[in-house]
Design a protein around this ligand. Structure first.
Ligand SMILES: C[S@@+](CC[C@H](N)C(=O)[O-])C[C@H]1O[C@@H](n2cnc3c(N)ncnc32)[C@H](O)[C@@H]1O
Length: 255
């Protein structure tokens, strides 16, 4: 017990000595230093509220028998939210080792035995890692193969996947498909975004080539990879501007 207390004190010192992408508050009320002076806190707190609202409706407690997966967990903010919400096993994955170390550090400080973090590229995951709930926040638009990522999300999802992403403007209309007499409706768009010079950044793509979907395209794709029910989740009136204005969306995709 004494040894555990010593480890926690040491971990708190470590946590206070680094900067954090999320608005973390220690059990004793002290805030951890922000990596951006709190400028992007509103996006995190809005998403947390939207996720809470969805959990209340789709995953009523008790949740101890449920397993949740957080794809691209970064420093574990939403994994910690799920662990605190009572999911029996929360499995967090991220491709960057430093994020996994940070998520584990906080899991120890908060005493969350149900939080497990492991380094993994999501493209290496198989259905063996499946969960009742799968989160995929802030990842899709950093990938060059977002459709492959949606297929993996579907393979991992036993009940629901909650996905949050930046979206690009939609375009619709008919497309000549070989001839003006043979046409197809455009289902959505994927916008190409260049992060090639930013792959060192902790939040960025690891390949630098990014394809971001339009909302309509994302909904179509989620159905196409096998989700039965797909809906855009409501944003609080005082929520983060990008979510309020439909420049980012949070979507619940259920099997
Ligand atoms: C913008 S951050 C989003 C983090 C967190 N999910 C959130 O919404 O706050 C993108 C995260 O995706 C991770 N990432 C990028 N490509 C990945 C991949 N192929 N597999 C797993 N994680 C990846 C990055 O390391 C980073 O932590």
């Amino acid at each position: 017990m004494y040894a555990d207390k010593k480890i926690t004190e040491r971990n708190i010192e470590l946590a206070l000595g680094k900067t954090w992408f999320y608005p973390y508050v220690l059990p004793d009320g002290r805030k951890l230093p922000s990596s951006h002076d709190g400028r992007v806190d509103a996006i995190h707190t809005t998403r947390a509220r939207m996720l809470d609202a969805y959990l209340a409706q789709a995953f009523a407690p008790p949740r101890t028998g449920l397993r949740a997966i957080d794809l691209a967990c970064h420093q574990g903010y939403y994994s910690i939210q799920l662990a605190n919400a009572g999911f029996g096993h929360v499995q967090a994955f991220d491709v960057r080792n430093e994020h996994i170390d940070d998520a584990k550090l906080l899991g120890q400080i908060y005493g969350l035995d149900n939080l497990h973090a492991q380094r993994a590229d999501i493209f290496d995951l198989t259905a063996a890692a499946s969960g009742d709930l799968v989160l995929m926040f802030g990842l899709l638009y950093h990938l060059e193969n977002p459709i492959g990522a949606l297929r993996i999300a579907r393979a991992l999802t036993r009940k629901a996947c909650v996905l949050e992403t930046q979206v690009v403007p939609h375009m619709s209309g008919m497309v000549d498909w070989g001839s003006y007499e043979y046409v197809r409706p455009l289902k959505g768009c994927l916008g190409i975004i260049d992060e090639i010079d930013e792959t060192h950044a902790p939040e960025a793509s690891v390949t630098g080539i990014c394809l971001a979907p339009s909302t309509e395209g994302l909904i179509w794709l989620l159905h196409a990879v096998g989700f039965k029910h797909v809906r855009v989740l409501p944003v609080p009136d005082d929520g983060y501007e990008q979510l309020r204005h439909g420049k980012r969306v949070m979507v619940a995709a259920e099997v």
